[in-house]
Design a protein around this ligand. Sequence first.
Ligand code: ZN
Length: 443
Amino acid sequence: MAELIIRGGMIVTVDPDWRVVTGDVACKDGALVQIGGAYTPTERDYDILDAEGCVVMPGLVQSHVHMCQTLARGRADDLELLDWLQQVVWPYEAALEAEDVAAAARLACVELLCGGTTCVLDMATVRHTDAIFEVARAAGLRATIGKAMMDADETPAILREKTRASLDESARLCAAWNGAEDGRLRYAYAPRFALSCTDELLRETARAARQAGVLIHTHASENKDEIAEVERRTGMRNIEYLHSVGLTGSDVCLAHCVWLDEAERRLLADTGTHVLHCPSSNAKLGSGVAAIAELMEAGISVSLGADGAPCNNNLDAFLELRLAALLQKSRRGATAMRAPLVIRMATLGGARALGLHDQIGSLEVGKRGDVIVVDMNVAHAVPTSDPYSALVYALRSSDVRHVVVEGSVVVRDRALITMDVEAAIRDARARAAAIFARGARGS
Ligand SMILES: [Zn+2]
């Protein structure tokens, strides 16, 4: 249906004036054509979503997830980062066949879309990345996806790639998928992190990604042992090292950045590098609490992500909203990280990291129609009248009622209409059992 009207909600626009207005949001041919007031359809054939008593807002953007890891949920609890990787996550990823990756991605898409996340930046595993693109295409998710690249001797042999082969496979995927589905799907080069990559791979990745005009997505400075090891190998702090091989800039997205010194912070600010904040993951892996309030004060672009199911264990943007606010308050006092800032981080912030801020991240006429409708008429949010307060501190992902991507309804009255949810859950459960039965460790 070309014309869609989201009728009668309280609209949190996240526009430059922070406007909150009431009325209709209308999409035509995938784009937003009216925000607020009463919309009169221009065609005879149109669709209506009821938003009475609801908040209408931009779709949530998660700038750091691993959809392929969903089948290892609950298998890697209570471990530090490097043990978590070596004992569970790498053996799990090594055991994945293409159909397992597809099942993991389907489960992830159910959780993401039903919970109001319309757009992700995803790091896949080393193999079978086409399967994730296929699932995102069918599910209706807006996604920038990249295969994990890892060629260092220290990585497990079963996942280790030859440098050239890693670059060639990335280039093939980029050519096949970047810009697919009218731009809804895009590619990002994704070297896993400094310790899993050779110097040559990182330098060549920077060159190849820029030649193709696509993003670079990696992990950085998540854990103290990790940065000590980077320093031992390179003689440099992690961010200084990434800068030295070309991996800073407005096209570079760095997950975590928990352990930075002042010079590294300045480097991120000066180069316009994006920080992808994953509060639940950082807390659960015992990595620490990123100094997000200070990064934002320094003018660094920060966005939000759930990371992966084995380290969270949800892909729930609402849990991240709440924790992002609460953790900074516990560091800096109750006035830090106010609710509107957190909402902007999870919408426009994510869009900016992805280089999509002229297309999504706020409800403004001319942008793409990525919109969610969240029910405020629930006991745990009543009688809150401030929508920012409700969204960050009270509402839950299960309160998401409708989800629209590119002007198409994906979730209507809490029912995902692009996928068979029961089949996705059944398949995920069976495949997870089989993967761990055949040797991927994890309790
Ligand atoms: Zn991650």
